[in-house]
Design a protein. Structure first.
Length: 161
């Protein structure tokens, strides 16, 4: 009976001290896993157009310049950088309004949740407008942005340019 209590206490201690650190660590991944994102993509957002221009992975990073336009004017610029970090990937994004006015004081940070063939998913680890962000490439000429704001999820399909 005593050995059962000791084992149970050890299990509780392990779950309290080790599992939180495991849960906070992102899934395994590298930029070679998401090289399929490379390219120029464009599509409608319903009230305008969005363009994502992903450069090829190099030096442990892959990056994108995103531009939103509506009514013949730019309404948003966004920079996304995905970096390799401790065997996983960290996504950071920052947005600006016209005039290069930051939409937030700091970049939002996200950790890798999953990566598969032509799909990747991140979840927010810092304050910002997004809860989760993902990308997929269901066909050679289609790129989909999967955006989550709280409980609201939207998919934005883009086409190769």
């Amino acid at each position: 009976m005593r050995s059962t209590r000791v084992a149970l206490c050890a299990l509780v201690l392990l779950s309290v001290f080790l599992l939180p650190s495991v849960a906070l660590a992102g899934a395994e991944g590298s930029n070679s896993d998401i090289a399929w994102m490379t390219g120029s993509w464009k599509g409608s957002t319903g009230n305008g157009t969005i363009e994502e221009n992903w450069i090829r992975p190099d030096a442990g990073t892959i990056a994108s310049l995103v531009r939103g336009t509506a009514d013949g004017a730019m309404n948003m610029i966004e920079l996304i950088v995905i970096e390799e970090h401790e065997g996983s990937l960290v996504l950071r994004l920052q947005q600006w309004n016209p005039g290069f006015e930051p939409r937030s004081e700091n970049a939002q940070e996200m950790e890798l949740v999953s990566v598969g063939e032509n799909e990747v998913q991140f979840k927010a680890t810092s304050e910002g407008g997004l809860t989760a962000l993902g990308y997929s490439r269901p066909t050679d000429d289609t790129f989909v942005i999967h955006v989550q704001f709280g409980d609201n999820k939207i998919d934005i399909p883009l086409k190769a340019q």
